[in-house]
Unconditional design. Structure first.
Length: 251
């Protein structure tokens, strides 16, 4: 291809990233997770798998920040703090041991877990089982460590925060606040090991801007959703995430 064709292809690729990022941000802003499942394949296609993971880490920071600012007054800060207290050191440890574990094994286990939690979440809800602050701290340790290892464990935090009794805006914002702390820990660890150079940061901010735009739009949709419809959407996202992880692990 000549120079003009290369430039045209590059512009189309970046336009695709922005478009899919906006869709991913909207979906994630409605149910609290799902952006990685939608956006990561496009990032791999455009930037390659080596750059896609740290780019997604930057995007996750921006996405969670947008959810926090969109639902600021609905955050359960005590739940977020309990989750983050266990998750921050665990995420750093997970990021440092990323290369020591077979990633496909972790993805298989997470995929099965997500699918199992669809009936599991409903079972917990029917019995009014609530995850208290000590439970949120323990969940933060487990999920934090896995967050350091794999690209995203967003759907894994869904049952934890849902079991705390949060729904809609309170669920989205509180989960985002807890997850933001974990992703900061992961990003700082990546930075310390040279995995977040300037060009990756720029690409992450570029992609994250479209995700943030979709997240702010999502608030208008969430405000009109019933609690039942919101919970059905959580189940759909967990199903898609579980299937996607199993497919990735078994390829």
């Amino acid at each position: 291809m000549n120079t003009s064709e290369v430039e045209s292809a590059t512009m189309l690729s970046y336009a695709l990233v922005l478009f899919v990022g906006f869709i991913a941000g909207t979906v994630s802003g409605i149910v609290g997770t799902g952006a990685t499942v939608i956006l990561l394949p496009v990032l791999v296609m455009v930037f390659g798998p080596r750059e896609a993971v740290p780019i997604m880490a930057v995007v996750a920071l921006m996405s969670n920040f947008a959810k926090i600012t969109a639902w600021w007054r609905h955050i359960d800060w005590r739940a977020a703090a309990a989750y983050a207290a266990g998750g921050i050191p665990a995420a750093a440890l997970g990021a440092r041991t990323l290369l020591a574990l077979p990633e496909n094994t972790v993805e298989t286990a997470l995929g099965v877990f997500f699918l199992a939690m669809i009936p599991g979440r409903r079972w917990l809800a029917r019995r009014n089982i609530v995850l208290g602050y000590p439970g949120m701290f323990a969940a933060g340790i487990v999920i934090g460590f896995l967050t350091g290892i794999v690209v995203s464990t967003g759907p894994l935090s869904v049952p934890a925060f849902a079991a705390h009794g949060l729904v809609k805006g309170a669920f989205i914002a509180t989960e985002a606040a807890g997850s933001l702390a974990l992703y900061i820990s992961k990003a700082v660890t990546f930075q310390a090991f040279g995995a977040l150079p300037t060009d990756i940061m720029v690409k992450g901010v570029f992609t994250g801007s479209s995700v943030m735009a979709g997240t702010y739009l999502a608030r208008l949709i969430v405000e009109r959703l019933s609690v039942t419809a919101f919970q059905h959407m959580l189940d759909i996202v967990m199903a898609v995430s579980g299937i996607a992880l199993l497919w990735q692990a078994l390829r």
